[in-house]
Design a protein around this ligand. Structure first.
Ligand SMILES: Nc1ncnc2c1ncn2[C@@H]1O[C@H](COP(=O)(O)OP(=O)(O)OP(=O)(O)O)[C@@H](O)[C@H]1O
Ligand SMILES: [Mg+2]
Length: 258
């Protein structure tokens, strides 16, 4: 498999507590991968270890075959990985367009010297409008982001995440707090903006997971207990056991549709 992301025996300790306990995971180029697991399992921490917010205590992380463990977030971003956060992360006082343009400029930054600033600004404007269209928010172009509905803010955030053109996209609970129809819409958006890219998504909503993912990894107490196709995960005994008595137990797994 041609890997976009490879984690080998990744561990993370906070003080005395080991939160990530030897995670090994390979995500192929172009794959849509869901990371699921109970609250506190370490899903967001895993994202933080991949995106460079935290350095692993030990283990290796590779992006497109290059080692990234211990690099800074902006370095990893410029190597082609972009992530969204579990909590909405936009500039509330800027317009939708300005939010997107900021994201583009930030990611373009290193390619353009001082002397090329004007062309960078032009490129950024074009790219921001392109993303605006992709996320279907042209009619909100000049609206202050803080005035958008919650679902629109999450859509904007997805736009910000992909604006720089990264080919590996990490989304942390992109449909959290949405109604059924809002999350159906978000699934379509995610599908559309990640065509040809690699997606890793943390998600609690099983219908979103089973609707989008090519493969699923289940994280429990900092360990991956299974990585497989949706069908196999649904029938996996260890996974069913891990979910018993939680909000994602058997009925949720069984009831999820593809
Ligand atoms: N910076 C930190 N310092 C200490 N402990 C942390 C830190 N970040 C996370 N943890 C702990 O690591 C564990 C895993 O947290 P994490 O946020 O990764 O879980 P999660 O799987 O994303 O959960 P949720 O589904 O609730 O978002 C939790 O017990 C959390 O308290
Ligand atoms: Mg989390």
């Amino acid at each position: 498999m041609n890997a976009a992301l490879e984690l080998s025996e990744v561990r993370k300790r906070f003080g005395q507590t080991e939160i990530i306990r030897g995670v090994t995971l390979t995500i192929g180029k172009g794959e849509r991968h869901a990371l699921i697991g109970p609250n506190g399992a370490g899903k967001s921490t895993t994202f933080n270890l991949i995106s460079g917010r935290f350095a692993p205590t030990s283990g290796a992380v590779k992006l497109n075959g290059r080692s990234i463990a211990g690099l800074r977030p902006f370095e990893i971003n410029r190597m082609g990985l972009s992530r969204s956060f579990q909590i909405t992360n936009i500039f509330h006082r800027l317009s939708v367009f300005e939010n997107l343009r900021c994201a583009v400029l930030w990611s373009l930054g290193y390619k353009y010297s001082f002397w090329h600033r004007l062309s960078a600004l032009r490129d950024a404007k074009e790219r921001a409008d392109e993303v605006l269209e992709l996320i279907g928010m042209q009619h909100r172009r000049n609206t202050q982001a803080g005035l958008l509905t919650y679902a629109e803010q999450r859509a904007l955030e997805i736009g910000i995440t992909i604006a720089g053109g990264a080919d590996v996209i990490l989304l942390d609970e992109p449909t959290a707090g949405m109604s059924r129809s809002e999350s159906d819409h978000a699934v379509e958006l995610i599908r559309k903006v990640t065509v040809g890219k690699t997606l890793v998504m943390v998600e609690h909503d099983m219908s979103v997971v089973f609707g989008l993912a090519d493969r699923i990894s289940v994280l429990v107490y900092g360990e991956v207990i299974a990585t497989d196709t949706p069908e196999a995960i649904r029938n996996n005994r260890r996974v069913k056991e891990a979910y018993l008595g939680t909000s994602l137990d058997e009925p949720a797994l069984a009831g999820a549709h593809e």
